[in-house]
Design a protein around this ligand. Structure first.
Ligand code: SF4
Length: 161
């Protein structure tokens, strides 16, 4: 019973969630690998108060995308993290010029916005899980130019789109 309550605490969404064992099996990856992705700030699992991790179908797709970037494109986790960090969340949200001047994300482009401890746009990291910036990053490594073009960051005739 506690397990069910814990699981509900971790998400208000009525979506199927997978334990770390189930997610590992589906992805054919070890549980430590999933924890390592989290540690590197490229994956945010749902977490219960007792620390149990759960993964949504979107999380599994995100991991598959990252595996593709690692195995087929040759990126490492730091490279993926740096690509995620290029997403200009302040433009996409968008934040005022005044807010962005004091935002650590705006001032440091070495890591994705959801890995920063103190930002004004969220109370805790779980909010990032449903934020369009985080969701966008699930595919941004393949579509970064298209995303940047869509928000007017790149001219529409940029090569390679
Ligand atoms: S809510 Fe989280 S993912 Fe969204 S812009 Fe803020 S820090 Fe980034």
């Amino acid at each position: 019973m506690k397990k069910t309550k814990d699981k509900q605490d971790s998400s208000t969404m009525l979506e199927k969630l997978y334990s770390i064992g189930q997610a590992s099996e589906k992805l054919k990856l070890s549980a430590p690998t999933l924890r390592m992705y989290e540690h590197h700030g490229v994956l945010i699992p749902y977490k219960t108060k007792s620390g149990r991790r759960y993964y949504s179908a979107a999380d599994l797709e995100r991991v598959k995308c990252m595996r593709h970037m690692i195995k087929d494109v040759g990126l490492n986790l730091e490279g993926i993290r740096r690509l995620f960090a290029l997403l200009p969340c302040w433009e996409i949200k968008p934040c005022s010029k005044k807010d962005r001047r004091k935002c650590p994300v705006y001032l440091d482009s070495s890591k994705p916005c959801w890995t920063f401890k103190k930002v004004t746009c969220r109370k805790d990291s779980m909010e990032c899980k449903t934020c369009k910036i985080y969701l966008m990053s699930s595919t941004c490594t393949d579509r970064l130019k298209t995303i940047l073009q869509g928000i007017g960051y790149l001219p529409s005739d940029s090569p390679g789109l």
